[in-house]
Write a protein that binds this ligand. Structure first.
Ligand code: HEC
Ligand code: HEC
Ligand code: HEC
Ligand code: HEC
Ligand code: HEC
Ligand code: HEC
Ligand code: HEC
Ligand code: HEC
Ligand code: HEC
Ligand code: HEC
Length: 434
């Protein structure tokens, strides 16, 4: 073949390849072929939205991480914010680990070098900067390099439940408090207005069951009739067959926003289809027939019933099927829950899945402090001591709670039995107090 022809083939080939690439880059919805590796558990659900983290031309956005995590870092009073590294002595530390960049410790698309919690540093990295801790604190003499954050003592970002003063204040509390109940829910303002004949178009097929469910719901009691969920907009009453979660957010904005921040709802925040168990890549086990169940508000609340007790356990077990979830039914906590549900236990003395994973927390809702149900079920999972402060300590002593959550086997058994790990933190603080 002549050189001339080879040139033509080469040029046409290159144009074809670069055309294909630019098509993918600019027009194709699916850019996953450019991924250098699997995206982490933290973010794989939203990996299709490259633009959440990357500039159009590929590089990672200047402020990508903080765009989504700023509020969280503020809430937990991050122990290592950028601002801690602007003195000469702390600037020097950045040569070891550049702690002003999130990706120094949280890489992405590199599963081989990221560990649980999406951390890509070896477990002894705290020592790079804190190697003289034993001089400042004699109690730390001889502690192992990797124990700073594995022994229930410190975290990198969130140390609210671990400061010595906090530990000292809650030292020697009994395992079970005198009145073991969680915070009561705050009821929204009820607009009680009995609706005699709810309006809906004649061609809508309505069953008796549907009418009964609606009639007995908090919505009917508050004067929310069919059209308030089923209309197209406030001005347009055209019937919508399947209202989506955005309708709920018109009245329950806080719940919706929180839902979109966790592993249940994070895809919706990016206009992706709802999450389903079938899409899961985490290895969590689900019921086989739940593969295609979509995660929206009605997965737990059902279309018209809105029974919050069903939402707190039964709904979860329609999907979740790992050993921790399955063991729950045999726990003392479930026993308490059944007593509360049955009316023989005190109100708020039961422990459901939602008690731990969707606790009642104080939030600023449109300028008003309110106790609402945390709809981001990822918010208190990692590090564990968030759940200790937020949930367990309503009913249990601090030491018992922290030890329970440090005991992986006990979590697996869904808290059947006593904790069997020891945490030195408590001994040290006792020693100091002597
Ligand atoms: C949640 C944020 C996030 C999303 C979503 C995301 N990436 Fe990334 N990506 C990163 C970060 C952070 C790095 C840098 C990793 C590092 O330095 O270790 C990166 C690195 C890369 C790299 C390596 C090049 C480089 O600059 O090091 C490529 C290629 C890439 N991403 C492609 C994609 C594509 C294609 C998508 C969408 C299908 C995507 N990414 C979605 C956060 C993200
Ligand atoms: C588009 C929003 C978004 C962006 C951008 C984003 N994240 Fe996330 N990230 C989330 C959500 C949602 C979760 C899951 C909720 C959770 O686990 O707290 C999460 C989880 C995490 C976790 C795991 C938390 C855990 O408990 O396991 C880490 C670590 C993390 N992100 C770091 C980063 C870093 C570093 C960047 C920048 C490269 C980044 N994120 C960019 C939304 C985002
Ligand atoms: C020097 C290392 C380092 C840097 C830099 C770093 N992180 Fe982390 N991050 C960690 C470690 C270690 C954990 C594991 C849990 C812990 O110890 O708090 C973690 C956990 C997290 C979590 C899970 C929840 C939590 O409170 O622990 C999020 C979210 C997170 N990091 C986001 C970020 C963001 C956003 C940045 C950038 C502003 C960042 N991280 C910078 C080391 C780092
Ligand atoms: C890049 C350097 C660097 C790394 C890595 C680092 N730290 Fe720090 N840390 C600092 C600096 C600087 C301070 C602030 C010192 C001060 O205020 O005296 C600090 C403060 C702290 C504090 C006190 C927090 C507070 O709010 O007062 C704790 C606890 C802590 N670090 C634990 C850790 C743990 C645990 C790790 C590893 C998971 C770690 N650090 C990794 C630099 C680092
Ligand atoms: C609080 C909001 C809300 C109210 C009030 C409400 N609906 Fe619905 N309805 C929904 C949602 C959400 C769905 C769709 C669920 C899904 O995605 O499958 C639905 C679905 C339906 C369906 C489809 C069949 C089914 O059961 O899924 C019919 C028919 C219906 N509603 C009729 C009514 C009638 C009649 C009323 C008044 C008596 C009413 N709805 C009140 C939210 C509401
Ligand atoms: C037009 C406003 C409005 C819309 C739309 C709406 N709700 Fe409500 N919702 C209310 C009011 C008002 C109450 C009653 C609050 C009370 O009495 O405490 C309520 C109560 C609830 C409750 C608590 C039930 C209980 O027994 O405590 C849940 C759960 C709920 N709504 C979920 C939803 C979901 C999911 C959607 C969307 C399908 C939705 N709501 C749509 C106004 C609305
Ligand atoms: C994973 C299951 C689940 C999903 C998904 C879910 N909820 Fe809930 N929701 C619950 C549980 C459980 C409770 C009651 C908890 C309690 O009583 O402490 C609740 C309570 C509520 C309440 C009343 C109490 C309050 O203060 O918040 C409202 C309103 C509500 N949900 C709205 C929503 C909306 C809107 C969505 C969708 C954006 C949604 N929920 C999605 C499980 C869920
Ligand atoms: C429609 C199915 C479905 C229902 C109902 C459901 N979940 Fe999930 N859940 C999922 C899926 C899917 C994930 C994401 C798993 C993944 O990313 O691999 C998940 C994740 C979780 C996680 C892990 C979050 C994290 O950050 O790692 C917890 C905890 C959880 N669910 C608890 C609950 C509780 C409690 C309930 C009931 C109040 C519930 N779920 C109801 C499907 C469901
Ligand atoms: C007493 C508190 C408590 C109760 C009750 C509880 N859990 Fe958990 N759950 C936890 C803790 C703590 C973890 C461990 C989180 C970790 O290690 O990341 C966990 C982990 C999980 C996880 C796995 C999250 C992950 O990323 O590995 C799922 C799913 C889950 N729980 C669902 C449920 C369901 C469903 C129920 C009810 C049938 C339930 N839990 C009851 C405290 C509780
Ligand atoms: C509403 C109150 C309440 C909350 C919240 C609560 N518990 Fe409990 N828990 C109890 C009660 C009551 C018992 C039963 C004590 C008894 O009968 O001996 C119990 C028992 C236990 C047991 C011993 C079980 C056994 O089989 O002996 C463990 C471990 C435990 N809880 C851990 C936790 C942890 C960890 C949390 C937080 C994630 C938590 N609990 C949240 C009330 C609560």
């Amino acid at each position: 073949m002549s050189q001339y022809r080879l040139w033509i083939i080469w040029i046409i080939g290159s144009i074809y390849v670069s055309g294909l690439l630019s098509y993918w880059m600019f027009f194709s919805e699916d850019k996953t072929q450019f991924l250098p590796g699997d995206t982490s558990y933290a973010h794989y659900q939203i990996e299709l939205k490259c633009s959440a983290c990357h500039e159009e031309w590929g590089e990672v956005k200047q402020n990508a991480c903080m765009d989504c995590h700023e509020q969280q870092m503020e809430n937990i009073h991050d122990s290592h914010p950028k601002t801690k590294f602007n003195t000469p002595s702390t600037k020097k530390m950045l040569k070891k680990v550049d702690a002003t960049r999130c990706v120094s410790c949280h890489q992405e698309h590199k599963p081989e070098s990221t560990d649980h919690g999406n951390v890509s540093q070896p477990s002894d990295f705290c020592w790079h900067c804190h190697d003289n801790i034993a001089e400042e604190r004699p109690s730390h003499e001889g502690v192992t390099f990797d124990s700073c954050s594995t022994a229930g003592c410190h975290n990198y970002h969130d140390n609210r439940a671990l400061y010595e003063d906090f530990v000292a204040k809650h030292l020697d509390e009994p395992n079970l408090k005198e009145a073991p109940v969680v915070e009561a829910k705050e009821v929204y303002k009820k607009i009680v207005k009995i609706i005699q004949a709810p309006l809906f178009p004649g061609d809508v097929a309505v069953t008796e069951e549907l009418m009964r469910e609606w009639h007995d719901s908090a919505h009917a009691a508050a004067g929310i009739d069919c059209l308030q969920c089923h209309r197209t907009s406030e001005k347009d009453s055209t019937w919508v067959k399947k209202p989506n979660y955005q309708v709920c957010m018109e009245c329950h904005e806080q719940e919706g926003q929180d839902f979109q921040m966790g592993h249940h709802g994070m895809r919706l925040a990016h206009e992706l289809s709802p999450m389903t168990p079938g899409m899961s890549r985490s290895g969590l086990e689900f019921k086989r027939d739940a593969k295609h169940k979509e995660l929206t508000c009605v997965s737990c609340h059902s279309s018209h019933e809105y029974d919050v007790q069903k939402a707190a356990v039964e709904a979860c077990l329609k999907c979740h099927n790992d050993s921790h979830s399955k063991k729950f039914s045999q726990s003392k906590h479930n026993h308490l829950w059944l007593k509360e549900k049955g009316g023989t236990g005190l109100v708020n003395s039961g422990v459901s899945c939602a008690t731990c994973h969707m606790p009642r927390v104080l939030k600023d809702v449109r300028g008003e402090e309110k106790i609402v149900v945390e709809h981001n079920q990822s918010a208190n999972l990692r590090p564990h001591d968030i759940m200790v402060r937020q949930v367990c300590m309503d009913c249990h002593g601090y030491e018992f709670s922290l030890k329970s959550l440090a005991d992986e086997a006990l979590i697996q058994r869904n808290f059947i039995g006593q904790p069997e790990v020891d945490l030195e933190t408590f001994d040290w603080v006792r020693e100091r107090n002597k």
